[in-house]
Design a protein around this ligand. Structure first.
Ligand code: NBP
Length: 468
């Protein structure tokens, strides 16, 4: 029997759709899932001509694969990945390639790389973004790890990946060891920030201007035609259009306001603290989800704690226009912080990340895809060592032009008591970053006062302590 070119282990939504995607591109795939009934049901749903076969043991899976074997795991991130690797390992031969396509923590990928490479197996930690639709029709893929393994996977991954309008595949080698999963983690961190910013603008327009879901849908559809064009703006417009079949109300209005999370945003913030990277908007996205989860406390607090009315008093059209510009500035600042973090990580972990390549492979397929990424790609093309996106002349001008709108939106939101943590922290980052003298001199004085931590001076070298 003809051998399969690729194996997929783990038939959750992502695994099933990736298997179909790769098979549809002409590469025979063999699939395996821990629970056999899931495999049987998947195979039963296939149409004629889809070259997907099934295996019900790792021995069968290995025997049905062309060598060197290419085996992609799409199982739940965490201990499941280690469990599957240890079950497959006895069947591997030197040169075989294991790919972890789940949302694994990059430090786990570092450890697994070392463990597998000790036995001459090749390992790829690949970030995959695009949800189930993306997995089927073309995700953005961020592979990191063995360069030799990437060469052996490049053709298949290139065929399966999303393509930009100019036909470029949204996959490229990102860097060694855990680099692929690191980049995916930051992708998700930026996603948290952007989603929170969109939610804040929705809150302001919904509670402040009493815009209905239908009006919001029209607004987001319009915004998606211009500079804000992006997947998250597009789906937000679609979401506002959707009616609940049970009540006939806009579905968004009947959804419980507690945002859940799987941890990738939190990892981004935790790692940013470790590396000393200012990721204000990402942190705000994580913290805002946490606070949203305190629904029962918020319900009590609303009755006990007073604040201003969220009704907007002013020119509605001015606020609407300002929201669009504020959101764009917020998006730029979220990307600025994410790329800044990756620059630090690139040095710290010796990933040699190429920011232009990362912007390139995020342009289609992934959740944070946006027209803006074309400009980011070009900015890093003009200057690969760009210290901060805001040092690029075009981005400097783009935010400078819109900072007035961002300030106007925030002043009004604060006056109305509408929480705008992500947008305001993006602006706080911007204002702090462009300020040569921050009040950290006072912080240093306080540290020295209570803890004799010493301080440095502007006018001479050395460390100083004062008897305050
Ligand atoms: P899940 O994350 O829900 O994982 C389900 C799969 O993991 C099933 O095939 C399950 O097998 C298998 N599995 C588990 Br759970 N424990 C196992 C174990 N100990 N040994 C073997 N298999 C085990 O599926 P998913 O949503 O398709 O996501 C897969 C990966 O892709 C995850 O890491 C996820 O974070 C990532 N990801 C998901 C999305 C998305 O939109 N869903 C997007 C991007 C990345 P069973 O059938 O026997 O229980």
């Amino acid at each position: 029997m003809k051998k399969a070119k690729f194996a997929l282990v783990g038939l959750g939504v992502m695994g099933q759709n990736l298997a179909l995607n790769i098979a549809n591109k002409g590469y025979p795939v063999v699939v395996y899932n821990r629970t056999a009934s899931v495999t049987q049901e998947f195979i039963a749903r296939l149409t004629n001509g889809q070259s997907v076969t099934s295996a019900y043991s790792y021995a069968d899976l290995m025997a049905s694969l062309e060598k060197p074997r290419r085996i992609m795991l799409m199982v739940k991130a965490g201990p499941a990945v280690d469990a599957v690797i240890s079950e497959i390992k006895p069947y591997l031969e030197p040169g075989d390639i294991l790919i972890d396509g789940g949302n694994s923590f990059f430090a786990d990928t570092e450890r697994r790389t070392a463990e597998l490479e000790r036995d001459s197996f090749l390992f790829i930690g690949a970030g995959v973004s695009g949800g189930e639709e993306g997995a089927l029709h073309g995700p953005s893929i961020m592979p990191g790890g063995s360069l030799a393994a990437w060469k052996a996977l490049q053709e298949i991954f290139t065929a399966a990946a999303a393509k930009t309008q100019d036909g470029e595949p949204c996959v490229d080698y990102v860097g060694p060891r855990g680099a692929g999963h690191y980049v995916k983690m930051v992708h998700n961190g930026i996603e948290y920030a952007i989603m929170q910013m969109i939610a804040e603008v929705y809150d302001l327009l919904n509670r402040g201007l009493s815009l209905t879901a239908t009006e919001l849908a029209d607004l987001f559809v319009e915004w998606n035609q211009g500079e804000l064009a992006s997947y998250l703006i597009e789906i937000t417009g679609e979401i506002f259009k959707k009616l609940d079949p049970e009540t006939g109300k806009p579905l968004v209005d009947v959804i419980l306001d507690e945002a859940e999370q799987k941890g990738t945003g939190k990892w981004t913030s935790q790692n940013a603290f470790d590396l000393g990277a200012p990721t204000h908007a990402i942190n705000a996205g994580v913290a805002s989800r946490i606070l949203s989860g305190m629904k029962s406390q918020r319900t009590v607090a609303q009755k006990l704690i007073d604040g201003p009315s969220p009704t907007f008093i002013g020119d509605r059209e001015v606020l609407l226009a300002a929201c669009k510009h504020a959101l764009f500035a917020g998006l730029v600042l979220a990307f600025t912080q994410g790329f800044g973090l990756m620059q630090l990580a690139s040095q710290e972990y010796e990933y040699a990340l190429d920011m232009q390549v990362i912007a390139k492979i995020w342009r289609a397929g992934c959740i944070i895809r946006a027209d803006l990424l074309d400009d980011i790609m070009q900015a890093y093309g003009r200057d690969p060592g760009l210290l901060n996106l805001l040092f690029d002349e075009d981005f400097n001008k783009a935010v400078a032009k819109r900072q007035g709108a961002l300030r106007y939106v925030l002043i009004n939101a604060i006056r109305m008591g509408v929480p705008v943590y992500a947008l305001s922290s993006a602006l706080a980052y911007f204002d702090a970053y462009r300020t040569e003298r921050l009040p950290a001199n006072l912080t240093q004085a306080q540290r020295d006062y209570f803890g004799a931590h010493t301080y440095r001076r502007l006018d001479k070298e050395g460390s100083f302590h004062t008897q305050w």
